[in-house]
Design a protein around this ligand. Structure first.
Ligand code: PLP
Length: 417
């Protein structure tokens, strides 16, 4: 059968798909394995209890359950959810937004598929536009989303060694060029895979660049504030007419409900509503129904700050301590400063093999991580740093994380001794 260029692009096997297949077969084998590769959030007992109680309330209230399941919602999302979300953002951050600035999507992945293609590719005027990632490594989930090849361009970061065995990436504004073909700038904050949180100054600078070039700044806030608030630094979240802010209910423990939330200027909200209608007809309403009272009361903020964030901060600190103990002083390594998200990003300087090979060796020992190079797309030249890093999730149980780290350290030590 002959398929289209579009069909080819989205049905091609990608490196990340192979990794996901590995994870899937390890899970189904039933053997003990250490799943430090995926991006699944943890099941936090206090949070899971709240979702169960909410579901019971919905079942008990006459009509609520039937309404939740029995109707197509508007492609922009449930009206009452949009109103409550706008009020939450206005009251807590002073953003000048109304329900006309909010759209719900079937997960933020779905929103990015639309935005990355809306702002890149061929235009009616015959121009070719691209997305600028001002700092890679960046989220692996964007890497294969553009319908036209060559639509992404990325900038290498500045690396600052910020402490013993610690480093942090910064945007290299001196080398960052917003050329005439750039259709949007895109960042995740906190960043998957590194746990980096771009500083307020960096975000303000990017927002100014976006305004100057009259293009949007896409900020992927899947781990950020106001929820799930897996962010260990105090930052000021900004929004203005040039910012497209994307949020998600996934990392607060509801990934299966596929609910993303976009905050943007009205024309962009209208555009994504139209795309929702074409691609999905309507948006899944269960996530919106489940969280509506918590959004209305602001309880979702309290839970995020008082339960979700401390849970992950503790797990991050603990995993870093285990890494230091296991790697000791013999291994030349640095961990990216852990400022948010569910990941640690470890840089093994001068590793004698690429981390793709380290991945294969660890897989034989049932430990799954993600090798660094998948996170560096859109680059025009090779860079050896990308073969020296791995991403590790610390959202799994303490036992799995600790034993997994010990096996990683043992493998790395065996390579350099
Ligand atoms: N953006 C980032 C940075 C992520 O890490 C993820 C999921 O891992 C997503 C977006 C996708 O989230 P969702 O479940 O809302 O589609």
């Amino acid at each position: 059968m002959e398929i289209s260029h579009f069909g080819e692009r989205f049905s091609a096997r990608t490196g990340i798909q192979e990794l996901m297949d590995d994870l899937g077969s390890a899970l189904s084998s039933g053997d003990k394995s250490y799943m430090l590769g995926g991006g699944n959030p943890a099941l936090i007992p206090e949070i899971s209890r709240i979702w169960r109680e909410r579901m019971k309330d919905i079942l008990a209230a006459e009509g609520d359950f039937d309404r939740m399941l029995g109707y197509y919602d508007s492609p922009q999302g449930k009206g009452e959810f949009l109103v409550a979300m706008a009020a939450l953002l206005r009251e807590n951050y002073g953003w000048e937004v109304s329900e006309r600035n909010i759209a719900v999507t079937n997960g933020s992945q779905n929103a990015f598929f639309f935005f990355l293609n809306m702002f890149s590719g061929s235009t009616r005027g015959g121009r070719r536009r691209r997305i600028l990632f001002p700092l890679v490594p960046e989220y692996i989930g964007y890497a294969d989303q553009s319908a036209e090849e060559g639509s992404f361009v990325s900038n290498l970061p500045l690396i600052r060694e910020t402490g013993d065995h610690e480093f942090k990436y910064f945007i290299d504004f001196d080398s960052l060029q917003v050329s005439h073909d750039i259709g949007a700038i895109c960042v995740s904050r906190p960043t998957n895979p590194t746990g980096n949180v771009l500083t307020d100054a960096e975000i303000t600078h990017l927002s100014e660049l976006a305004a100057e070039h009259n293009i949007p700044l896409l900020i992927d806030n899947a781990y950020g504030t106001p929820f799930p608030h897996i962010i260990f630094e105090e930052v000021v979240p900004i929004w203005n007419e040039h910012v497209v802010m994307s949020m998600s209910l996934s990392k607060i423990g509801l990934p299966a409900l596929r609910t993303g939330i976009v905050v943007a200027r009205k024309e962009i909200v209208q555009a994504i509503s139209s795309a929702n209608a074409v691609m999905n007809l309507a948006i899944g309403g269960v996530g919106q129904a489940l969280t509506l009272p918590l959004v209305r009361s602001g309880e979702i903020l309290r839970l995020s700050r008082e339960v979700v964030m401390p849970f992950y901060r503790q797990k991050s600190r603990q995993a870093i301590e285990w890494l230091h103990q296991a790697l000791g002083n013999e291994v030349d390594y640095r961990i990216h400063r852990s400022e948010g998200s569910l990941f640690l990003w470890i840089w093994f300087k001068n590793l004698p093999i690429p981390t793709k090979e380290l991945y294969r060796r660890l897989k034989r020992r049932s430990v799954f991580i993600i090798p660094g190079e998948y996170f560096f797309y859109g680059l025009s030249a090779p860079w050896e740093h990308r073969e020296e890093c791995i991403r590790l999730s610390y959202a799994q149980s303490d036992e799995v994380v600790r034993e997994g780290i010990e096996i990683i350290a043992d493998e790395v030590r065996s390579l350099i001794m």
